[in-house]
Design a protein around this ligand. Structure first.
Ligand SMILES: C[S@@+](CC[C@H](N)C(=O)[O-])C[C@H]1O[C@@H](n2cnc3c(N)ncnc32)[C@H](O)[C@@H]1O
Length: 288
């Protein structure tokens, strides 16, 4: 029977993934695993590990193999129906959190293209911890065009005890929210959008994303089709003003997207916000 120590140096390129896989098949915490190199794997654990390691080597992302991904220190169930939430997207949660706290309640938060629900669930969970009053008076809404993605997001909301607080609606961009937002009177509106923003050639070039769904990645010729549609829809629904919108993009798309913002909203505050590597990753639009 092999011990954990036999596996630790199996492949230096995958050492982090191997440790997480071992923890997953042995149903142990990573810290326990690293301090027990003498632990002997059971037959079942060994055969599971061999199967998953082959998948990893063939290019299947670790998150899809173990069916989960950490985001903003919360654990999210993922499947091949959803994008694996990325660390750079966590900044959207920080910005939304600040906005909600500053506005002191009665804010409606929309997460458009919610996928696994990572943004809206992390945001609601954080606000719940920070202020009961703001949590109570804020409205959290999330939408996606994919039925399968929405099911995953709802499962995740349940796992974080937020299923009664977040409303999930299937549909295209803003459409499913218009009637809900019209009925209630919110003081402010925050819109988070991490929509598909890759061009077809970017999608082909990036090997690591080949297993993730087209619906979560492809945004038309220059990757901006969905953001442009969203801006037009916001323009046509003037009852939604004032709003604070944040859109995640690739750095090279920033000027193109800003042009489109200006076409729809001539008098608006636009902010380019960088990710941790210093590249423009978000465009924020503040319409008063
Ligand atoms: C890039 S993924 C982001 C998922 C999640 N927000 C995250 O940050 O991990 C984009 C999501 O937008 C959804 N989507 C694509 N087209 C859409 C549309 N027209 N309306 C609403 N959602 C859409 C996809 O199904 C996918 O879940």
């Amino acid at each position: 029977m092999p011990t954990l120590a036999d596996y630790f140096n199996l492949n230096k390129n995958f050492s982090r993934e191997i440790n997480i896989l071992l923890a997953f098949v042995c149903k142990k915490e990573l810290t326990w695993l690293l301090s027990h190199p003498e632990y002997k794997l059971q037959d079942q654990e060994e055969s599971k590990f061999t199967k998953y390691y082959k998948l990893l080597q063939s290019g299947v992302p670790l998150a899809y193999i173990i069916g989960q991904q950490s985001f903003y220190n919360y654990n999210f169930k993922v499947s091949r129906a959803v994008l694996i939430p990325r660390p750079e997207t966590e900044l959207i949660v920080d910005i939304a959190k600040d906005y909600l706290l500053k506005n002191q309640g009665k804010t409606a938060c929309l997460d458009i293209g919610t996928g696994s629900g990572a943004i809206i669930i992390s945001l609601a969970a954080e606000i719940k911890k920070l202020s009961t009053e703001i949590f109570k008076t804020s409205k959290f809404l999330a939408g996606d065009i994919s039925t399968k993605a929405l099911k995953i997001a709802q499962d995740n909301a349940k796992a974080h005890n937020l299923e009664d607080k977040i409303e999930f609606i299937e549909g295209n961009l803003l459409e499913p929210f218009i009637s809900t937002l019209a009925k209630k009177h919110f003081k402010s509106l925050f819109i988070a959008a991490n929509l598909p923003y890759l061009s077809p050639s970017e999608r082909q070039q990036e090997k690591s994303i080949t297993m993730e769904p087209d619906l979560a990645l492809l945004g038309g010729e220059d990757g901006l089709d969905l953001y442009i549609e969203l801006l037009q829809s916001l323009h046509n629904n003037r009852q939604l003003i004032p709003f604070h919108l944040i859109m995640e993009i690739n750095p090279w798309q920033s000027e193109l997207l800003i042009q489109s913002v200006n076409n729809n909203f001539p008098e608006v505050q636009i902010k380019k916000t960088s990710d941790l590597s210093g590249q423009t990753r978000f465009i924020e639009v503040i319409k008063k």
